[in-house]
Design a protein around this ligand. Structure first.
Ligand code: SF4
Length: 501
């Protein structure tokens, strides 16, 4: 084996690509004969044989910023642990003297900048993500204050000492690990649960039983398989997706549409609120909001330049709100919460896309997100920023294309182009705050998304070689090959070079 072949094989092995179960390769792809010198063992093995059962309610979660993995998921985890405590027999709960959250990995490394401690306290105090007022999170900043709550009829007093910034290096299966513990007066653990924040506000725990949900009507694990379903059933993608949503969730289409409408409304409201707000964002250095100014200046620009800056201002408006702890939507994460809303706002206010078409577009955008989440990752701590802003851009591109009447194949190409041109992007937030580079990065994610949509709608789709499944696999491989310091540790790249020693 020559050096190039060895390096490629080693990279694939390191990414665990070879270990995945794969379906037979699809016909799409560049024929191997075009590259006779390439080793055959690194050719595309086909999309992974997974079954997508993620829904729009899982993917598009509403909660306070700034980070889905470091703020929203810890809040949801602490809220879940509160439920665990409430279900304890009274005699067991009576022995609990203290509650403790031990943060590991990137949660420990950058949790302070992401308000992980406040999120854990908010969840333990009974706050729910979708209704958690930013003022509540602000009030939890004071490390001297203690807060009363009743769990299962027992009174607890909680403060910042309930949060332990534990080991960054660890052997747990997920980087973002959070161990919730209820301990007695001697410090002995009575109940504990090992939770994992798996990106996009999702969480799981060790030995979690399989959730009881309906089975999807249409089985697919890749974009290629999804398109096959559409072709074989003769159904449009949004119909196939909606049939799966209702079957898995046990809801009717009206309820799913109500969630889609809530997502669209929160996104639009986030843009409009962010365009009104000014001043400093919470940070240990002077960091000013700029969306309002960018928007005002955009309106003075010549027509040819205006739209680009308007879209940037929309994305930055939502991202600044997210950094300030305002409610935002995980699309797919809160770090990337500005990308899709900017494109939604563009479609709604400038292109005048009707609400029904926006809903359909959102479903197709969700499809791109499902495939990235299930076949790679949407966590910056796992695959870098390509999994957050890159995936958000792909989702927004697919949404925009489908909502504006592109064919399913063109919508796939739009998602493919957008994701492809984020490959390799590391996650290096300065000081662990979702400010630099995150806020501006959302503007670029949105602009790339719309550019990808326009390109895909204008080209001859059958001549486009790259397909979504292959680019998702390339993202996974690239992400796994990124050094850990470039995966949300804040200890490399901009996270280091922006700081004067
Ligand atoms: S750099 Fe990207 S992945 Fe990392 S925190 Fe910021 S938005 Fe998220």
């Amino acid at each position: 084996m020559d050096r190039r072949a060895f390096l490629m094989t080693a990279a694939l092995a390191a990414a665990g690509v070879g270990a995945m179960r794969h379906l037979p390769a699809q016909a799409r792809g560049i024929p191997a004969a075009a590259f006779p010198e390439l080793p055959r063992d690194v050719c595309y093995p086909g999309p992974p044989a997974t079954t997508i059962a993620t829904t729009v309610i899982d993917l598009f979660k509403i909660g306070p910023g700034p980070s889905s993995s470091h703020t929203l998921a810890p809040l949801r985890i602490a809220s879940d642990f509160r439920n665990v405590l409430e279900a304890l027999p009274p005699e067991t709960l009576d022995r609990v003297a203290r509650l403790r959250a031990r943060l590991h990995g990137s949660l420990s490394a950058t949790g302070k900048g992401h308000r992980t401690d406040r999120a854990v306290l908010a969840g333990l105090l009974g706050q729910k993500p979708e209704s958690c007022d930013p003022a509540v999170m602000d009030a939890l900043a004071d490390a001297q204050k203690r807060h009363e709550t009743s769990i299962g009829g027992k009174r607890f007093t909680l403060g910042h000492d309930a949060v332990v910034w534990d080991t960054v290096e660890h052997a747990f299966p997920f980087s973002n690990t959070l161990i919730m513990e209820a301990v007695d007066a001697e410090g002995k653990v009575i109940v504990s649960r090992e939770y994992y924040s798996t990106g996009g506000g999702f969480f799981a725990w060790k030995d979690q039983p399989e959730a009881k949900r309906g089975a999807p009507v249409h089985v697919y694990g890749s974009m290629a398989a999804f398109m096959d379903v559409c072709r074989k059933t003769g159904k449009a993608p949004h119909v196939v997706l909606m049939e799966n949503e209702t079957a898995i969730l046990g809801l009717d289409a009206a309820a799913v549409n109500a969630h889609l409408d809530m997502v669209l409304d929160v996104m639009i409201a986030g843009v409009e609120l962010g365009l009104r707000e000014e001043g400093l964002l919470p940070a240990p250095f002077e960091f000013y909001r700029k969306a309002k100014r960018l928007h005002q200046e955009a309106l003075k620009l010549p027509e040819g330049e205006r739209l680009m800056q308007l879209v940037s201002s929309y994305a930055i408006a939502v991202s600044e709100g997210n950094a300030a702890g305002r409610l935002a939507v995980t699309a797919p994460t809160l770090g990337s919460a500005g990308t899709m809303p900017a494109v939604v706002y563009l479609l709604d206010k400038h292109v005048r896309v009707p609400r029904e078409a926006l809903r359909r577009g959102l479903l197709f955008g969700a499809l791109a997100g499902y495939l990235c989440k299930n076949n790679a990752s949407v966590a910056g701590a796992e695959v870098g920023c390509q999994g957050e802003i890159g995936v958000a851009s792909a989702m927004a591109a697919a949404m925009a294309a489908y909502a504006t009447g592109a064919s399913p194949e063109a919508a796939e190409v739009a998602a493919t182009i957008a994701l492809e041109h984020h490959l390799g992007m590391s996650c290096d937030p300065v000081g662990g705050f979702v400010l630099i580079p995150c806020i501006e990065r959302n503007a670029f994610g949105a602009l790339k998304a719309y550019n990808a949509c326009l390109m895909a709608k204008s080209e001859i789709v059958s001549r486009h070689w790259e397909d979504f499944d292959r680019v998702v696999m390339a993202m996974l491989q690239t992400g796994k090959a990124l050094p850990p310091a470039f995966r949300e540790m804040g200890t490399a790249g901009l996270g280091m070079t922006m700081v004067d020693c």
